[in-house]
Design a protein around this ligand. Structure first.
Ligand SMILES: [Zn+2]
Ligand SMILES: [Zn+2]
Length: 345
């Protein structure tokens, strides 16, 4: 099968032929139909510190995908050939305290598809059945491939009650835009999106953000003061993972508000905890991945409601062989979701 792998500890990737993988008893063999590029894939492509410290080579990467089931492990009873599925990236151990108490997504022995085990930038992939989500027939493979990142937006907003609230989202990449869309659907008074590229701000606006702020052009804290008449925002969602942004994000929060931290920072972060968190009695939530399967049910319901169209967040499609162009475009951080479309192989 055709596959995109990382086999050298250098920038780049290798498009190659691999044998079709052999599944274990608890796995599905799936034919990948659509696979989206995630920030993690960019780290792997660049081979930065984040990737070098986590990944053993060679690795077949890619983890946000939708696929068709073509073979079933002998212990698997709840899937059949031809089922259309989307992949949950967090592979839980099934035994630890978290797994036993409904928190599989933060399993203490968790593996990540396309990071700790082979992923899905390939014609076929191994999907542990415990991580397979059956796609509703009305949901396309493209949208199926984005349910994983969409789920992060859904999970982030689920920590809060956005109805009638002023919401600000730092970062207008796909997950930021998804979070904004969920906040709007949930009845927010208004949603402010912050980013540093006009392309992403335009996309945020198109997808429903009420106000967009370019942090390169305006002082975001001053602007939020003006917009909220000095009140501050009720809900802050931080998705940039930029150390210089998170303190400003806390400064925009009103006293007693909620801040949801999702973006991943490279190393420790300096924060004025006393003034911006403790004196404010801020509610701070960390969010990672999606709750299995609560978030997926909610995400599916939002899509099926017809009140939310995720399609325009997908801005580009590429053949897998054009991976360099696709990953370099993703790196530029000016696009929505980029999808590799896999034809049947
Ligand atoms: Zn991802
Ligand atoms: Zn576990």
């Amino acid at each position: 099968m055709k596959a995109l792998i990382k086999d050298k500890p250098l920038r780049g990737a290798t498009f190659t032929d691999l044998p079709t993988p052999q599944i274990g008893d608890n796995d599905l063999l799936v034919r990948v139909r659509a696979a989206a590029i995630c920030g993690t894939d960019i780290h792997i492509y660049q081979w930065n510190e984040y990737a070098a410290s986590r990944i053993k080579l060679p690795l077949l990467f890619g983890h946000e995908y939708a696929a068709e089931v073509v073979e079933i492990g002998k212990n698997v009873t709840n899937f059949k050939k031809g089922d259309r599925v989307a992949a949950e990236t967090h592979v839980p151990c099934g035994h630890c305290y978290q797994c036993a108490t409904g928190l599989q997504h933060i399993c203490e022995d968790m593996k990540i598809l396309g990071v700790h085990m082979d992923g899905a930038f390939s014609e076929y992939s191994i999907l542990p059945a415990v991580c397979a989500w059956k796609l509703d027939p009305s949901i396309s493979y493209d949208i199926g491939a984005t349910m994983e990142p969409f789920g992060i937006g859904v999970h982030a907003m689920s920590k809060t009650k956005p109805a009638g609230k002023k919401v600000i989202v730092f970062g207008c990449g796909p997950i930021g835009i998804y979070a904004q869309m969920v906040a709007k659907l949930s009845g927010a008074e208004y949603v402010v999106g912050v980013d540093i590229t006009k392309e992403r701000l335009n996309l945020a606006k198109k997808m429903g953000a009420d106000v967009v702020l370019n942090a390169k052009e305006v002082d975001v804290v001053d602007e939020v003061n003006k917009i909220t008449k000095g009140f501050g925002t009720d809900i802050v969602v931080e998705l940039t993972g930029n150390k210089a942004v998170v303190n400003d994000a806390t400064r925009t929060l009103r006293r007693g508000g909620d801040i949801v931290l999702v973006g991943l920072y490279a190393g420790p972060v300096e924060l004025d905890l006393v003034n911006n968190v403790i004196y404010k009695e801020a509610n701070v939530y960390g969010v990672t991945g999606r709750i299995m399967w609560d978030t997926w049910w909610a995400a599916q319901s939002m899509i099926l409601s017809g009140k939310m169209d995720l399609d325009p967040v997908i801005t580009h499609h590429f053949d897998l062989k054009d991976y360099d162009e696709a990953l370099q475009l993703a790196e530029s951080a000016i696009t929505g979701k980029i999808i590799f479309t896999m034809q049947s192989g």
